[in-house]
Design a protein around this ligand. Structure first.
Ligand code: 13P
Ligand code: 13P
Ligand code: MG
Ligand code: MG
Length: 360
């Protein structure tokens, strides 16, 4: 069995919240190189989306394995030290704990992991986001795994025809529900359209094989205050019983509105871009998604191919920019501004508190 683990964090940025500089990438690479020499992991690739560093690792230790998590933790510690040394912005932003305790879950970094028997050929795509939250994947994952207008294979390919099961997490209760699609598509949509409460955490084939895994940590719920965001990542297996690579990418051809832009307080379009263009500049955005394609070879990561680095997504980017302009013109008004319960963990409540006694 092979495990893919993507563990990610924002531990410092150049400047503000725009990019994770090479100074930090080099630090995490040093640690992962040691991890490879010591056989904690089989292979790795370090990527970034905006100010988030994504450690894409393969190993044979299973999900949530403490040695692998500790390696990622050490990598982010070392990068945090560097960020502090260089006085980078938000040094150690997503590190919420002093000490490591078995697993990065609850300590700040996000993780998406998947263990499976490697197929004869094993293509997968790592989707990496900045300036948004895990439920940004609700819409594209529904399109990918349940909507034949996106994924023709659901109709055309007997190996996809029976559909997929979705594991949905209730952020606030910490409980999950499994929905079997296509039978329960309407029930699924009734939940996942409510993006501030429900997020897709995993997708499975009917035989239980994993199809997708999403990082679902909500930093503000862990910290109880605004500390930067839970910019999410997802792993999606492709071809031969799964959506084709092009079907997985097609799900991002509409730049849907997601929360997380500027101060984690605004809705904006999710713009698919190359890794090089994942530098959220305008109003710290708009929110970005990068897609890196890999082939596994006995645990070795062949690739990546930067999949949104393609003129075929120019129209989507143009649409995203039109939507960004339209949303920006709302200034501090909803629906550009998030709804009240989503602003609970931003800096707005401090301002509102001052106005409390002005009401009578
Ligand atoms: P190939 O025949 O090139 O494998 O493509 C299969 C396909 O239809 C992908 O969309
Ligand atoms: P990050 O969560 O990417 O650090 O962004 C913080 C923010 O809200 C910038 O406007
Ligand atoms: Mg940041
Ligand atoms: Mg970020």
């Amino acid at each position: 069995m092979t495990t893919i683990s993507i563990i990610k964090a924002d531990v410092g940025s150049l400047p503000g919240h725009v990019s994770a500089p090479n100074h930090l990438i080099n630090e995490v690479e040093k640690v992962l190189e040691e991890g490879m020499e010591e056989s904690t992991i089989i292979d790795y690739h370090v990527a970034s989306c905006g100010d988030d560093i994504d450690l894409i690792m393969s190993h044979d230790n299973g999900e949530g394995e403490s040695e692998v998590h500790e390696l990622a933790w050490d990598a982010f510690q070392q990068a945090t030290d560097k960020a502090e040394e260089l006085s980078l912005y938000g040094a150690g932003q997503d590190i919420l704990s002093e000490a490591f305790s078995g697993n990065v879950k609850g300590l700040g970094p996000g993780s998406a992991e998947m263990e499976f028997e490697e197929r004869e050929s094993e293509p997968f795509v790592a989707f990496l986001c900045d300036k948004t939250s895990p439920s940004a994947f609700n819409y594209p994952l529904y399109k990918m795994f349940a909507d034949p207008s996106n994924t023709a294979g659901l109709v055309l390919d007997p190996s996809l025809h029976e559909g997929f099961d979705f594991e949905v997490l209730d952020y606030y209760e910490g409980e999950t529900a499994n929905l079997s699609c296509p039978d329960e598509i309407y029930d699924l949509l009734a939940l996942i359209g409510e993006t501030s409460k429900y997020t897709i955490q995993k997708v499975f084939k009917k035989d239980g094989s994993p199809a997708a895994a999403i990082s679902t940590e909500k930093l503000n719920l862990i910290a109880g205050e605004y500390v930067g965001k839970d910019d999410p990542v997802a792993i999606v297996r492709c071809q031969s019983g799964y959506p084709a690579v092009g079907e997985a990418l097609e799900a991002f051809s509409f730049p849907h509105l997601v929360p997380g832009w500027m101060r984690g307080s605004h809705n904006g379009p999710l713009m698919p871009v190359s890794e090089e263009n994942a530098t959220p500049s305008r109003f710290d955005g708009p929110p970005r998604v990068v897609a890196l394609g890999f082939q596994l070879n006995d645990g070795e990561l062949i690739g990546p191919k930067d999949l949104f680095d393609d003129p075929a997504f120019d129209r989507t980017r143009e649409k995203a920019q039109n939507a960004a302009e339209y949303m920006r013109r709302h200034g501090t008004f909803q629906p550009h501004l998030l709804r009240e319960d989503d602003l609970e963990y931003t800096t707005l409540p401090e301002v509102l508190e001052k106005l409390d006694d002005r009401f009578s």
